[in-house]
Design a protein around this ligand. Structure first.
Ligand code: NAD
Length: 368
């Protein structure tokens, strides 16, 4: 494949293939744009992610980090391997990967699908340059504290004013009751919202009078499904899409809303916890129907903001404060711009992010 086909006015700065014959570690690293600072982006372990996907994920990180106003550019890497391999073998591969990226100093390694805190501890041990670390070595446990869900709730506090909504009594439905979704539900419930539906890969539970969040939490934290919580009416996985609500939070997988099912949604506000949960044409359709939708890289930036604070040596409290400040400010800027110009919130968000990257590029001698 011709890697130069991805080049445009932003990057990518480098696409590097890595191979260690001793361990059979095979990986690819894409450093997209570092005008705002050294790139941060997760390391995915998967057998089947191509160069193009890795580049697209790196570009998404360039925009997400710039939109969040972080001093970091965007990057991403993929180790081509089965994440379920035995742990000793995984450790060898990850350590070999870490040694191979040591010289790529403008790439800071983070967790992603197939890697976790433990993998980041191995990387840190090898090269001292990783985020998403265990707390014992300076990490902020972002999924445990609900960093991304905290940001989603901050987006709700701002976005409600753009759709005439009060959080007290607002009906919330969460698709994907995992690290992002369940914390978002809990934070919104603390503001008086009512969780009327929750789903995971096993099914959906619905109760228009409100689900018991403690029961759901107990079921999920013991490794079960929302269906094990003995709450609400049990339905199939996709029943969550048509539940009448005020706030719908996709926090599971990409492309869950398309032109085929967009008409099933009965909501006023969408907070995109997952990455690209709605196809662009469906997003445009919702915009025309005056459904307010806060795009993924604005609403779910809490995780990477937390990682950036960890990298800078900050505390959990500083991370939560910064998430609230950044996500609120950006949600307001995006929805205001969308309201004024009539453009899609995603287009407004892209424009804000691109302006920041181009401005940062203008400060760098290497770009003149
Ligand atoms: P997770 O694995 O903790 O939770 C995902 C949940 O979604 C699980 O409960 C799973 O059962 C459920 N699920 C899977 N497929 C489903 C489907 N088709 N319908 C309904 N539920 C389904 O993952 P997470 O960390 O909460 O991440 C969720 C999404 O948010 C992912 O797209 C991820 O890339 C994105 N994201 C996560 C973070 C973070 O900080 N964790 C940050 C930004 C974006």
């Amino acid at each position: 494949m011709d890697s130069f086909q991805f080049c445009d006015d932003l990057g990518p700065e480098k696409i590097v293939t890595l191979y260690d014959p001793a361990t059979n570690m095979r990986a690819i690293v894409v450093v997209d744009n570092v005008a705002c600072g050294p790139s941060i982006g997760g390391t995915r372990m998967a057998p089947d992610v191509g160069v193009e996907e890795c580049f697209r994920l790196a570009r998404a990180m360039t925009l997400k980090n710039a939109a969040a106003g972080l001093p970091h550019g965007g990057g991403k890497s993929v180790i081509f391997a089965d994440p379920a391999m035995p742990l000793p073998e995984k450790e060898k591969i990850v350590r070999s990967f870490a040694r191979a990226v040591e010289q790529i100093t403008d790439y800071i390694v983070g967790p992603d699908m197939g890697t976790n805190e433990l993998a980041m501890a191995w990387v840190q041990d090898e090269i001292g340059r990783a985020v998403g670390l265990p707390p014992e070595i300076g990490g902020i446990p972002l999924d445990e504290i609900g960093a991304t869900g905290w940001g989603v709730a901050a987006a709700a506090r701002v976005a409600k004013d753009f759709c005439d909504l009060e959080l007290t009594g607002a009906r919330v439905a969460v698709q994907g009751y995992g690290a992002v979704g369940r914390h978002a539900a809990r934070f919104l419930a603390n503001e008086g919202a009512i969780l009327v539906a929750a789903s995971d890969s096993k099914g959906t539970v619905i109760d228009s009078d409100g689900l018991n969040i403690d029961a759901l939490e107990a079921a999920k934290s013991s490794g079960g499904s929302v269906l094990d919580a003995e709450v609400g009416e049990k339905r199939e996985q996709d029943a969550i899409i048509s539940v009448p609500c005020d706030i719908w939070i996709p926090a599971a997988r990409p492309d869950v809303i398309t032109m085929d099912n967009v008409d099933e949604l009965k909501t006023r506000l969408i907070l995109q916890g997952a990455n690209i949960p709605i196809t662009l044409d469906a997003e445009k359709y919702l915009h025309e129907k005056s459904v307010v939708s806060v795009p993924d890289f604005i609403a779910n930036a809490g995780g990477v903001i937390c990682a950036a604070v960890e990298y800078a040596g900050g505390s959990q409290t500083q991370a939560l404060d910064l998430i609230e400040e950044k996500v609120s400010t950006n949600t307001k800027a995006v929805l205001r711009s969308s309201q004024t110009t009539g453009s899609l919130p995603r287009e407004a968000a892209n424009q804000i992010a691109l302006e920041r990257v181009h401005k940062a590029m203008s400060y760098r001698w290497s770009f003149h």
